[in-house]
Every structure is written in structure tokens, then in C-alpha cells.
Ligand binder design. Structure first.
Ligand code: URA
Length: 239
């Protein structure tokens, strides 16, 4: 149970001050009766604004097909972001909807978004070793020793002391490969290929744990059940 003005402000309807005005203007009902006290507590399911139930009062978990050209940052100075794809109201929620890990501006593919910060921490923690599958096209033919180099657990990225964890590599074509990582270092796929002398031309994340994009077009998202990552649900193995 939360206060009416908190629901409206935290779910992105309006500011806390406006929420009080909305209640006083009779726009908010509890169990169908017009509320007259913005500080009154109510169950989310009982509250309606302008006759409509509250917009996702629980939490959001979204699977987005990130297109190239958008950043995963809330900082507007970094350019257009994935958050621009979401409904306005969701962009004003508190806690904020944020990405679970990031994809570079030039990388497309599967990106999870949520306002559940414990989930962000759990799924980005190196301890959980969530497998993430990337498809890359390269500027030159794949060297025959790439699978061994990526799987070896000794590959060093420029400027780092700690070698990359073993990564599974699969050639898909002469200049196209799939790489499965259980870490999430900055620009990791591009830097791993750079460490072997090749340049990634295009990069796409095809899977995150057991999740795939399916036929979701770039720029579109779909909601996931909040229990998708409940321990023991199998979407992500923590081994
Ligand atoms: N590795 C990269 O280089 N970029 C990404 O966006 C993700 C993984």
C-alpha cells in the first residue's frame, strides 16, 4: 500500500505536486470512489486515474531489440538512447527503467530493461556468469586458431591484467562468427577480436541466458514475466 501521490509521481504520471492537484481535481479514484486525500494509502489495484487502472504499478521487465544508433545511457549528452523507444510515462518512473548491462551504440540485439535494481545487479554480476551470445562480422577471414584462443582463458585485452574467461567460439562463415561470453567487460567482443588482429564490422547480441529475440523487429520490445529470472526458473543458469 502506498500513498496516492506517490503512485502517480513514481509511476511517471506527473510530479508529486501535480499529483496532489490531480487528486484534488477528482481525477483519482480508489475502488471506484473519487479520492479526496492525496496522502491516503491504497492498494495499487484499487487505484484508477482518469478512469484507467494504474500503469504497471508493480515493476517492468522488458526485452528490447536494440537497433544500431542508440546508446544505453540516461545522459542526453551521449545522444539518442534506447529509452526514447519507451512510452513517455515509463521514462519518468522512479526507480528509473534501466538496461541490464549495456550494448554499444553500434551494436544491435537483445537488451533487457527493468526498474528492478536487484535484478540488474544479479544479472550483471560476474558471479552469475549469464551466457550472452553475440554474432560478429569481421574485416578479414577468421584465423584457424580463434576457437582455441578464445576458449583458452588466457586472452588479454589491451590495458587489462586479468585474462578473459573462456569464451565459446563458432564460425558461421568465412568472416562471421558467434561468440558466447559469461562476462560483460567494456566493448568486450570488439576488444577480444582486436586482440587477435581483426576488427568487428557488425555486432549483434542474439541471446541473453535462455532468452532470444524471436521475430521481434528492431526498435520493438515485449514484456517479460517478472518471474522470468526467479532463482530456479532456468532462464539463466548461475553455474
Ligand atoms: N561487446 C562489445 O564489444 N559491444 C557490445 O555492445 C557488447 C559486447
Amino acid at each position: 500500500m502506498r500513498r496516492l501521490d506517490q503512485y502517480l509521481a513514481n509511476l511517471g504520471y506527473c510530479s508529486r505536486r501535480q499529483a496532489r492537484e490531480w487528486v484534488e481535481a477528482g481525477r483519482v479514484t480508489v475502488d471506484g470512489r473519487v479520492a479526496d486525500n492525496f496522502g491516503a494509502k491504497a492498494a495499487a489495484a484499487a487505484v484508477a486515474v482518469d478512469g484507467a487502472p494504474l500503469d504497471h504499478p508493480g515493476a517492468l521487465l522488458l526485452l528490447l531489440h536494440k537497433p544500431v544508433g542508440l546508446v544505453c545511457s540516461h545522459d542526453e549528452r551521449e545522444g539518442p538512447s534506447v529509452y526514447s523507444l519507451l512510452p513517455e510515462r515509463w521514462r519518468r518512473r522512479n526507480p528509473a527503467v534501466t538496461s541490464i548491462g549495456r550494448l554499444d551504440k553500434d551494436t544491435s540485439g537483445l537488451l533487457l530493461l527493468t526498474d528492478l535494481s536487484p535484478l540488474v545487479h544479479r544479472l550483471t554480476s560476474p558471479r552469475h556468469k549469464v551466457p550472452k551470445v553475440y554474432r560478429a562480422t569481421l574485416d578479414r577471414d577468421l584465423a584457424p586458431d580463434l576457437a582455441a584462443r578464445f576458449a583458452g582463458g588466457t586472452l588479454l585485452l589491451e590495458g587489462e591484467q586479468e585474462p578473459c574467461a573462456p569464451a565459446a567460439f563458432r564460425a558461421l562463415g568465412p568472416r562471421e562468427a558467434e561468440l558466447t561470453l559469461t562476462e560483460g567487460r567494456y566493448h568486450q567482443v570488439r576488444r577480444m577480436f582486436a586482440a587477435t588482429g581483426s576488427t568487428v564490422l557488425t555486432l549483434h547480441r542474439a541471446r541473453f541466458g535462455d532468452l532470444e529475440l524471436g521475430d521481434l523487429p528492431p526498435g520493438q520490445w515485449r514484456e517479460l514475466e517478472l518471474n522470468t529470472f526467479a532463482p530456479g526458473e532456468g532462464a539463466v543458469s548461475s553455474g
